[in-house]
Design a binder for this molecule. Structure first.
Ligand code: NAD
Length: 482
């Protein structure tokens, strides 16, 4: 029986995209990858034809049909009205896991970190990337940070499954849960729940600031790492850069139905069309794709030929170092050198092995019965610049009725009433907290009545957040001074 051919969608992108894609596809063809390619157009020209996300409706059909996307970088046009294609694709197709291996190639590529083999598993759909931003008042902008239990379970379980499948020894979690106790707190809590299902894999948690410093200084202590979207976005670039060059790293975006593979760098327009770009990042993205679609044999063939090429000192300009490299080559010549080494294994660098697996790794989550929710109060936010916290407090006390008691007023999260300090800087964005004296009995009708009383005082309320307990636990930060 002939080995199965896999349909994939390919986009050549902008800038250096077409050159590095052509070289990558040539290597895959010569290595015997069993691929049936559908080509779509994305990026600058599509944006300019009026598609605000840089992709046309027919192209979505191709992605949903093949479910595998090998994507070259694109140029996002400057100016308003254009949405990030990457963020749109990740969120629309549910690509929840961004997997970025960052490996140093000491001694063949110059790096300050000779021992480094880190895989960053970044949550890819949530966090501050929900894109829900508001100008709340004249002075204040707001961005919502959304962290969900299914999102945390999927990414944390993916990281542990990845570690198990790839024989990795440790999974490290980074959060900032000492400050963001509910959002990052949930991520850490889920990590603690899931880690016990993998007793053979070591685990640890770091606060992201000191963890990031450690990653930049001593990357050899890390193995697989899992973290929320923003920290993962920043730290995977740091990790890739300190291996020697950002041009060397590939990335996989994994979803339940569709997966997308790419280089982590952009379209580098300054060097486009000159045959100088390093195709390695996209090539390694393509290697992850081959593993994902079950062509581990071809993935290992290509990856080992790539390592052999690097180790013989055949380097593109971005990683060429006098005294370490042997010959400086262009994009096409680098590709040709890899093709000539197909079937060879590296001598100095560690050769790769990929286990053949029938199914790609997936991070699953378990639906659970919802917690019992009870409303205990409401935060009401104001656009107000007419006076002092004391004056706002005096006005709001008039809205107390029906069991609601004014509990506090904060400005940028700092309690300024009752008993604030005159040194605290106040903007035009205020939060008041009304709690019900009888506890969890608040109704929507009572909140509407409270807002009606506030409206009658002539105050500009701009939003509310309902305060609820979930199985008796407060579902809101208690705020300073509580
Ligand atoms: P960039 O990654 O394109 O370039 C940063 C620097 O790295 C430049 O000096 C560039 O010459 C160099 N570089 C990048 N890739 C290289 C390679 N393969 N070989 C050799 N040198 C390489 O980042 P940028 O300049 O900030 O962005 C350029 C464009 O790319 C922007 O329009 C940006 O929006 C877009 N971008 C796209 C993606 C994507 O499609 N996934 C990712 C990041 C940026």
């Amino acid at each position: 029986m002939l080995p199965q051919t896999t349909k994939i969608t390919v986009a050549h992108g902008d800038g250096i995209g077409p050159e590095i894609m052509e070289t990558t596809l040539r290597i895959l063809r010569e290595a015997g990858a069993r691929l049936d390619v559908e080509t779509i157009e994305i990026g600058e020209s599509v944006y300019k034809r009026g598609f605000s996300s840089g992709i046309e409706p027919e192209s979505w059909a191709s992605l949903r049909r093949t479910k595998v996307f090998l994507k070259a970088p694109i140029t996002t046009p400057q100016g308003g009205g254009f949405k990030s294609l990457n963020v749109t694709i990740r969120k629309t197709l549910g690509l929840y896991a961004n997997v970025r291996p960052c490996v140093s190639y000491h001694p063949v590529i110059a790096t300050k970190h000779p021992v480094m083999d880190v895989v960053i598993v970044r949550e890819n759909e949530e966090d501050l990337y929900a894109g829900i931003e508001h100008r709340e008042t004249d002075q204040v902008m707001q961005c919502l940070k959304l962290i969900t239990r299914p999102g945390c379970e999927k990414i944390v379980r993916y990281a542990f499954e990845y570690a198990r499948r790839n024989n990795r020894k440790k999974v490290t979690c980074f959060t900032k849960d000492n400050i963001m106790k509910l959002t990052d707190g949930l991520f850490h809590k889920v990590f603690d729940e899931i880690k016990v299902e993998y007793p053979e894999i070591a685990n640890e948690h770091w606060i992201v600031d000191i963890g990031a410093a450690r990653l930049a200084h001593t990357p050899e202590v890390f193995d697989v790492m899992v973290m929320p979207n923003l920290y993962g976005d920043i730290l995977s670039d740091v990790a890739a850069q300190i291996t020697g060059s950002i041009g060397l790293a590939g990335s996989a975006n994994i979803g339940e139905h569709v997966a997308m593979f790419e280089a982590i760098h952009g379209s580098a327009p300054m060097i486009a069309g000159q045959n100088v770009a390093n195709p390695s990042g996209l090539l390694l993205g393509a290697v992850s794709m081959l593993v994902h679609i079950g062509q581990s044999d071809i993935a290992a063939l290509v990856h080992n030929a790539f390592l052999r090429t690097l180790e013989e000192g055949i380097h593109t300009a971005d990683v060429f170092t006098e005294g370490v490299s042997v010959s400086k080559v262009g994009t096409k010549e680098f590709g040709q050198a890899v093709i000539e080494r197909l079937g060879q294994r590296p001598q100095t660098l560690k050769a790769v092995e990929y286990k053949s697996a029938s199914e790609p790794i997936q991070g699953t989550w378990k639906p659970r019965p919802p917690a019992e929710k009870k409303m205990v109060g409401v935060d009401v936010f104001f656009d107000w610049r007419q006076g002092t916290p004391e004056e706002l407090g005096t006005q709001l006390l008039q809205a107390e009725e029906d069991g609601f008691r004014l509990n506090m007023i904060t400005n940028r999260g700092v309690k300024v009433w009752p008993g604030g300090m005159s040194e605290t800087f106040c903007t035009d964005h205020w939060r008041s907290r009304f709690m019900h004296s009888e506890g969890p009995v608040v109704t929507h009708q009572q909140i509407i009545a409270l807002l009606t009383r506030i409206e009658a005082l002539g105050l500009d309320f701009i939003k509310t957040e309902h305060l609820c307990t979930f199985d008796g636990e407060p579902g809101f930060s208690l705020g300073q001074g509580q």
